[in-house]
Design a protein around this ligand. Structure first.
Ligand code: SF4
Length: 369
């Protein structure tokens, strides 16, 4: 047990800090206090303590590509700016050939993993997704596949009239390596009814994740915040994840996502999250979710400056590279691609951490593996 450092000066946080330094779980009431504290440096010390015990100075990142096969979706959740109805301007469905071309290109560029998620398209049978995974493995046998949220697994099961266990078994056989954590939103029914009324319930999402863990898959878990939820809903969400994790151990990463209401049907009551909001949320998650190994900040989402800062507030996973956009400075000098691996490594090093390239299973990859 480490001695409680004198640097934790906020009297209200010291009892919580004592639990953290003794390696004991903090309570829901403690999490509520952390979510509202203004002593963010003390909170950062607690989160860094937990992070340091788990990961030392390592900061993980991936070299990955996204394959969003369609934005046509039966649910049309009010929170969603991505989905379209079939035939609506902007609706798309990638062809098999198009996806294969993208995978070939990514494999040739040294990409380690592909993330496949999409809308709930009523015309696509489960066999379509099995074939999609097989074709990725045919083209790039070593490519790690992270695919299909719990909401998609639930949808495939209902559409196909087979159990979610069978859906998972068939997809694993076809090459599925891990599942992303999307669709969790906020579990509280009162909130879910407004932001995603037709989506699988929080209880169903957790059930599918339990089945996935039992089938041997490791998964992420997301949380969408900064809309109409209350702090108690955030704590409820994280508590339910922590409880399932205590049983299955299958969650590898928690990924908070701040809600932005542009182009959606939900008008958030709040402004864009402030720096303090984000710091409190990520650091509280690191302290409260003691049994989930990784906390991820999507640097493209929170911005690279905030992502660097969050490495000092409990985050250990910096997310991944992205390709497609080149920033050319006015001087015209060739600079690192803003989404490139070199750029990401530089950001991590500049924040005082050691970049470690991994796939979604946190297995080391790349030349430096
Ligand atoms: S299920 Fe997903 S893709 Fe479909 S509308 Fe809801 S959030 Fe958007």
């Amino acid at each position: 047990m480490k001695k409680l450092p004198d640097t934790i000066t906020d009297a209200k946080l010291r009892p919580i800090a004592r639990k953290v330094y003794e390696g004991k779980p903090v309570s829901g009431a403690d999490a509520l206090s952390l979510l509202s504290t203004n002593s963010v440096l003390d909170l950062g010390r607690l989160a860094s303590h937990v992070r340091g015990e788990l990961h030392g100075d390592a900061a993980y990142y991936g070299v990955s590509m996204n394959l969003n096969f369609t934005n046509i979706c039966e649910l049309r959740c009010p929170l969603c700016a991505f989905s379209r109805d079939e035939g609506q301007p902007g609706a798309y469905l990638l062809t098999q050939a198009d996806m294969e071309r993208r995978v070939e290109k990514a494999a040739a560029a040294g990409v380690d993993e592909v993330h496949i998620v999409g809308g709930l398209h009523p015309a696509l049978p489960l066999s379509y997704f099995e074939e999609l995974l097989r074709s990725v493995k045919r083209i790039a046998p070593r490519m790690f596949i992270t695919a299909f949220t719990a909401v998609e697994i639930d949808y495939f099961s209902r559409r196909e009239g087979v159990s979610p266990e069978e859906v998972l078994a068939r997809l694993i056989k076809a090459g599925l390596g891990a599942m992303p954590g999307g669709g969790a939103e906020i579990f509280a029914p009162r909130v879910r009814k407004v932001i995603a009324p037709k989506k699988a319930s929080g209880t169903r999402w957790l059930h599918i994740m339990r089945l996935a863990h039992e089938a041997g898959l490791r998964t992420n878990a997301t949380m969408l915040y900064n809309h109409i939820e209350k702090p108690a809903d955030i704590v409820d969400h994280m508590s339910r994840l922590r409880s399932l994790q205590a049983e299955t151990g299958g969650f590898k990463t928690f990924v908070p996502l701040a809600y932005h209401d542009g182009n959606t049907a939900v008008r958030a009551r709040r402004r864009v999250p402030t720096g303090f909001d984000e710091i409190r949320l990520y650091a509280t998650a690191r302290v409260f979710l003691h049994n989930i190994p990784h906390i991820k900040a999507l640097w493209m989402y929170v911005g690279e400056k905030m992502a660097q800062l969050l490495l000092n507030f409990g985050v250990d996973d910096f997310s991944g590279t992205y390709s497609g956009e080149r920033v050319v400075h006015a001087a015209g000098a060739p600079t690192a691609d803003r989404g490139s691996e070199a750029y990401l490594r530089a950001l991590i090093k500049n924040a005082g951490f050691r970049p470690v390239r991994v796939n979604a299973s946190y297995e080391r990859t790349g030349r430096r593996a």
